[in-house]
Design a protein. Structure first.
Length: 541
């Protein structure tokens, strides 16, 4: 069980399971049941209740209440710490994954599993902790019944085993349905991402909009039906707790007298103990769906984590940011890469091609859509690993152990770039330097840099690219890659890009690789190459 493993792994030598406290609290609870029954018996016969019994009741109550509360807090803290470690572990595996393999992981499934499941677990773990405590309360009640009558204890155990078997069967059915619920939630999330990220496309295509909406309606309908199924099983489990108590009471009243002499003296004690079980039993069954959800959610998280572990780059943390600092030349020789999609085989091949990139040089890369320009940029920057060929820096081959260090010399603004609201990794940058670049990019009326973050990202695509350019310039790396950066800029900022920014970078000894279709500015480069169906053709500057 994944939940049991989560609990068990949370307790170690430093954080020990409070087993003595759990046992002490359970024994105090059993003693309380006996004391209450004994006091009720005295009252029934008109005998006074002594101060000693009142004092003993208060002591037992305080032991039970304090132990119960302390155990609850300890369990909850450990489980929340485990979830926090789980989030960090998955995030660490995500950043360790190679780009190409990570692109094959469904984003909707990843977000639904990691964010949704951990959030649901975090919110529901206190309830689950309460249910775990209820188990110990039931054990305490059983202990009390055993001290009153072993025959009654044996019958209660027999009824409990039968009830547990029936409960387990329904719980397994709930686990199956919960797995289907989580799969449906992933599909719903993926389609909702389509509404938000593909808004312009569906706005321009009514049939596409209707088709996506119909698919979303079908997915939400399936999700609704699955959730209704879970609710039905959950309701059955709640009703089961009441039925179980009545079955237990019936066994105590009608079966125990057949095997016990003097039963009239203990019947009310046993009935009171059985009635006490109703609260803990209801607590356990009422969160049965949460146990099922937690188990299925943890199983999915474990599956995602295992997939990420399988594709992790073992050398991702072996990097020295200064290993290839200030390179004079990067040579890509005999590079060949097959773009493969699972189930479809190779869909695109680039190479073999050879290319040299020199410091203090502006290289333009041109070519039609689908010619392999973006793939080439990812290969050059070390984000993709070539199937054959080699990359060397000033004569030193970039091996798998050196690839992380090699990537440290690049700054890139890809066509599908992500813009962070904070300057992660650049926390020491002066705010005045950032503001100066904001003015240079013409964003002073749109964006401010305050408290280490940009005030907004609600900008046009061209303005967002200018904000990304600010970050790239602040990084001050040795090689700059710009993938169609000027495509969304107006005439003024195209001039700024080609006639100011690129020459400035060149003057500082940077190597610049710019993917472009702007033939009017081809004179601004030192060299130009053209990619066609994955092959490089040299062009004049």
């Amino acid at each position: 069980m994944h939940l049991l493993h989560l609990v068990r792994s949370g307790f170690n030598r430093k954080t020990k399971l409070p087993l003595p406290l759990i046992v002490l609290s359970a024994m105090a609870n059993a003693a309380l049941i006996g004391l209450v029954n004994h006091s009720a018996e005295l009252a029934a016969f008109g005998e006074p209740i002594s101060v000693r019994l009142v004092f003993l009741y208060l002591v037992l109550f305080l032991i039970f209440a304090y132990g119960n509360s302390l155990c609850w807090r300890r369990f909850n803290r450990v489980l929340q710490q485990q979830l926090s470690r789980l989030r960090l572990r998955i995030a660490d595996k995500v950043r360790a994954a190679p780009l190409r393999q990570l692109e094959e992981v469904d984003e909707g499934e990843l977000l639904a599993t990691v964010n949704h499941e951990t959030n649901v677990l975090s919110a529901n773990l206190p309830l689950l902790t309460g249910a775990i405590q209820s188990v110990f309360l039931l054990l305490a009640a059983l202990l009390y019944i055993a001290t009153v009558s072993m025959a009654a204890f044996a019958i209660v155990i027999a009824v409990s085993v039968l009830g547990a078997g029936l409960f387990w069967r329904r719980r397994k059915a709930m686990n199956t349905v919960m797995t289907q619920v989580l799969q449906c939630e992933g599909e719903v999330l993926t389609e909702m991402i389509g509404f938000t990220q593909g808004f312009k496309e569906i706005k321009l295509h009514a049939d596409r909009s209707d088709s996506l909406f119909n698919a979303y309606r079908d997915s939400t309908g399936q999700l609704r039906n699955k959730v209704i199924g879970v609710a039905g099983i959950w309701t059955t489990l709640i009703q089961f707790s009441s039925a179980f108590i009545y079955a237990l009471l019936g066994a105590l009243i009608f079966l125990v007298p057949l095997y016990t002499d003097g039963y009239t003296d203990i019947v009310y004690k046993l009935v009171a103990a059985a009635a006490f079980c109703l609260g803990p039993l209801t607590s356990i069954t009422s969160v049965g769906h949460l146990f099922a959800s937690a188990e299925v959610g943890l199983a999915r998280i474990a599956s995602i984590e295992a997939r990420l572990a399988d594709i992790a780059d073992p050398d991702v943390n072996k990097f020295d940011p200064d290993r290839f600092r200030a390179p004079r030349q990067i040579r890509c020789e005999g590079i060949c890469f097959n773009y493969q999609i699972p189930g479809r085989g190779t869909t695109f091949t680039t190479g073999p091609w050879t290319l040299e990139i020199n410091s203090g040089e502006i290289l333009f890369v041109t070519g039609g859509n689908g010619s392999g320009k973006s793939t080439a940029m990812k290969l050059i920057s070390g984000l993709y690993t070539p199937d054959s060929g080699s990359i060397s820096v000033d004569g030193t081959e970039v091996t798998s152990e050196l690839r992380s260090s090699y990537r440290e010399i690049f700054t890139a603004i890809f066509a599908d770039f992500h813009l962070f609201d904070r300057l992660y990794g650049l926390e020491g940058i002066a705010a005045d330097d950032v503001q100066r670049l904001i003015v240079r990019m013409g964003l002073e009326d749109k964006v401010n840099f305050e408290n280490g973050r940009f005030s907004t990202q609600a900008l046009s695509s061209g303005q967002r690219k200018r904000l990304a350019m600010i970050v790239a310039l602040l990084e001050d790396r040795d090689v700059y890659i710009f993938d169609e950066w000027a495509a969304d800029q107006d005439a003024h900022f195209r001039d700024v890009f080609y006639k100011e920014l690129l020459p400035d970078l060149k003057a500082r000894g940077k190597a610049v690789i710019a993917v472009t279709h702007d033939d009017r500015y081809w004179s601004c480069c030192d060299r130009r190459i053209t990619l066609d169906l994955g092959q490089i053709e040299l062009g004049a500057a």
